[in-house]
Design a protein around this ligand. Sequence first.
Ligand SMILES: NC(=O)N[C@@H](CC(=O)O)C(=O)O
Ligand SMILES: [Zn+2]
Ligand SMILES: [Zn+2]
Length: 428
Amino acid sequence: MSLLIKNGQLLTESGELTKVDVFIENGKISEIGTGLEIEAEEIIDADGQLLAPGFVDLHVHLREPGGEKKETIATGTMAAAKGGFTTVAAMPNTRPVPDSKEQLEKIQERINETAAIRVLPYASITIRELGQELTDFAGLKEAGAFAFTDDGVGIQEAGMMLKAMKTAAALNMSIVAHCEDNSLINKGSLHEGKKSAELWLNGIPSACEAVHIARDVLLAEAADCHYHVCHISTKESVRTVRDAKRNGIKVTAEVTPHHLLLNEEHIPGNDANFKMNPPLRSREDHEALIEGLLDGTIDFIATDHAPHTREEKAEGFELAPFGIVGLETAFPLLYTELVEKDVLTLKQLIDFLTVKPAETFNLPYGKIAVGAPADLVLLDLEQEEQIDPETFLSKGKNTPFAGWNCKGWPVMTIVDGKVVWNKGRVTA
Ligand SMILES: NC(=O)N[C@@H](CC(=O)O)C(=O)O
Ligand SMILES: [Zn+2]
Ligand SMILES: [Zn+2]
């Protein structure tokens, strides 16, 4: 298999655009240059399009097994491909939970059979994500676990977290944490603040997240473990991670597109497409997240793609499940709202979606280099289109961004040198 991409716009290290040809052979990038005259089985003219490394999303919910009404590995990875993603890491809050070698091997099998792109499966920290009993970390690592997390719920006991971190560190694996203290949730369905008061709904206080992070960075220091914070959302959390990094603790953090673009003031009323965990916080929190991303406190962007059915999301703010989809809109939204408005440079945004997550977890993806896997995306930065959930390939239509006008739509996604999504050929 060989593929020649002609005239793509490539970002240089200094952030300038330069026109290049890329030759791909046997799934790997074998030459980058200008005016390449090489015979290839397929030639793609990328004139006028940005050629970027395929995006890497280390926080998605594919729902399979057990949640196939919401999403499957097949539909979730097609949605990812359409969004320009070539690698995703799948969260373990499925039924059953991948908490044993056998379960993880079954998921790996489904991935091999049905995934459109690379999928790295997480294993859970505790049996059934119940926080009571540690899983077999060594066995799960052997079976291909990407890292350990109980995403969906927090680890309530400090002693359990310390044990998890020590076990992970000994295996050179990472602990990825959903930070939420159950005793502080307050039966809330949104952030405790202006909006919860306005809507007469119970609010989740900021401390619910930050107290876990404060506890865990101290545990990570004691265990000498790489500790990664999921979907960071408050200014206190950002401050705590910043302080821990300054003190040499091996902590990293991700932020979602929705927490970078929205805050509680955007919630229009009782619409559960604005309900997610952690919730949209205050305007000050929102600003602290941008600042944290710019100063390196926050390492990368992850979508926390969390599909739910229409019926579930129609239940209203208090009863609907937490979570929104994100894979098909992440880049266009972030490009339009942050790059076009000069909050981030194009180079920064691409790095936050590619090389930064890859480097945080020592993955060989996220860069365009000779010898690297040919995981690429072509993007149209000019054409404007409205976000329409009805066109999503994901089964989940639950987005708060319906109707937003965006530029920066992916036009082709390539994994291992194979075209897995092509806007010109495949429509929703
Ligand atoms: N983020 C969410 O609101 N929901 C996630 C769980 C999670 O990421 O904690 C889900 O699985 O639906
Ligand atoms: Zn979570
Ligand atoms: Zn999640």
